[in-house]
Write a protein that binds this ligand. Structure first.
Ligand SMILES: C[S@@+](CC[C@H](N)C(=O)[O-])C[C@H]1O[C@@H](n2cnc3c(N)ncnc32)[C@H](O)[C@@H]1O
Ligand code: SF4
Length: 401
């Protein structure tokens, strides 16, 4: 049984990009023009429809992800926030992040987003090396990435994340470190450092680049980059997330703590606890932007699942074990409503294998467990669930920083 509802975030999906990158499996679509007005109305309609699920609760964080949210005008984002504020309570210290692509933003936009209430900007740099950026099909070069960062600071953002990728085609250890050194020199509060993964349903999957680094080289890149980040004073708190003290992404921490979030916009996922009814719902909206907009004014949720105890156990652990320093033991009960005894056998097995440590106050992966996270997470999958693909495996949720 739940004693109360978990903290609540709001994810807002803006699904359009200037061009589709060949490695990207996000719900993002190339567009010549964006129906801003219509889409903002649809987002607010989604939220209005969801209100009965979250009566009386405040929103602790908002993440506007994509796609490329920075394709939206500042005026549209301002309208969006006026509408959101009229519908829900923002917690006093709310964190509001917007994702931006350096090729699809300008200084005036950044100022407008800041004035509209956005207080954290996430910039998709990927690399500063123009050869890599071209191979990745990006719409910007390294100079534009540096300029976007300077513009973000000039617009008053004091909380900035840079997304970088490593393991890129033709990249070696020196190249990966060089990219990271440039990012560190800029001094962002947060760096998301992702290994390029070749996702099904992407151009790279159908036509893999010939010069991708092998596993050994990717490990070496990761090791060398981790040492650089640590030496520069960034602390790793999740598989791909590094931050200055107290500058962790609160929105993402809430996902990894298995907190609640509403998801509005095309293809957005939500997870909502109804503590009084002892139920947890997973909800997914219509994915295709056109079909999504056609349902405007009506319900856009296309799938609603009630999580059973086995789902809750596994999904909680799938997320929380991504945290390098683990999590307070009580969080399991707080955010699943279940007794930790249910997991005692699995916890002991993981500890016997040297993958996990736990006591009455904290559960945390060991260094080996963190390095072999898939093996550790798999221990929390019941035999019946092992044959099923977990619902909660979307890289969109795991990777939004
Ligand atoms: C929605 S995008 C960020 C905003 C904007 N669309 C952009 O690309 O600049 C989220 C981030 O996920 C990362 N990403 C996307 N696809 C990836 C992949 N296949 N492997 C590793 N990282 C990936 C990139 O670093 C990207 O910046
Ligand atoms: S990586 Fe970003 S810019 Fe590229 S297609 Fe995906 S969402 Fe769009």
């Amino acid at each position: 049984m739940f004693s109360s509802n978990p903290p609540l975030g709001l994810y807002i999906h803006l699904p359009w990009c200037e061009r589709k990158c060949p490695y990207c499996d996000f719900n993002s679509h190339q567009a010549e023009s964006i129906p801003e007005q219509e889409y903002i109305a649809a987002l607010l309609n989604d939220l209005e429809q969801d209100l009965p699920l979250v009566w009386g609760r405040s929103i602790d964080s908002i993440f506007i992800g994509g796609g490329t949210p920075s394709l939206f005008s500042a005026a549209a984002i301002d309208r969006l926030f006026s509408g959101l504020r009229a519908l829900v309570n923002f917690a006093p210290a709310i964190e509001i992040t917007l994702e931006s692509n350096p090729g699809s933003a300008d200084a005036a936009n950044y100022r407008g987003y800041r004035e509209a209430g956005v207080n954290r900007l996430s910039i998709g740099v990927q690399s500063f090396d123009d050869r890599h950026l071209e191979a990745l099909g990006r719409v910007h070069d390294g100079d534009q990435a540096r300029q976007a960062y300077a513009e973000a600071r000039a617009a008053g953002f004091d909380n900035v994340n840079l997304d970088l990728m490593f393991g890129l085609p033709a990249q070696d250890v020196e190249g990966a470190c060089g990219d990271l050194e440039q990012a560190i020199a800029l001094g962002p509060e947060h760096i998301s450092h992702y290994q390029l993964t070749i996702e099904p349903n992407t151009l790279f999957h159908h036509r893999p680049p010939a010069d991708l680094p092998d596993d050994e080289s990717s490990w070496q890149q990761q090791d060398a980059c981790e040492a650089l980040l640590e030496a520069a004073g960034y602390r790793q708190y999740e598989v791909s997330a590094w931050s200055r003290a107290r500058r962790e992404s609160r929105h993402n921490l809430n996902y990894w703590h298995f907190g609640d979030y509403l998801g509005i916009g095309a293809g957005a996922h939500g997870k909502i606890t109804l503590a009084g009814e002892n139920r947890v719902l997973r909800r997914i909206r219509q994915r295709q932007p056109r079909a999504y907009l056609e349902t405007a004014g009506r319900e856009t949720v296309v799938s609603e699942t009630e999580l059973d105890p086995a789902d809750l156990c596994f999904e909680f652990m799938l997320n929380a074990l991504r945290l390098k320093h683990g999590f307070p033991t009580r969080l399991f009960h707080d955010n699943t409503g279940l007794a930790l005894d249910l997991l005692l056998d699995e916890l002991k097995t993981a500890r016997d294998k040297g993958l996990l440590d736990f006591d009455a106050t904290r559960i945390r992966p060991t260094e080996t467990g963190f390095r072999h996270l898939n093996d550790l997470q798999a221990l929390f999958l019941t035999p019946e669930k092992r044959s099923r693909r977990p619902i909660f495996e979307s890289s969109e949720i795991i990777m939004h920083n």
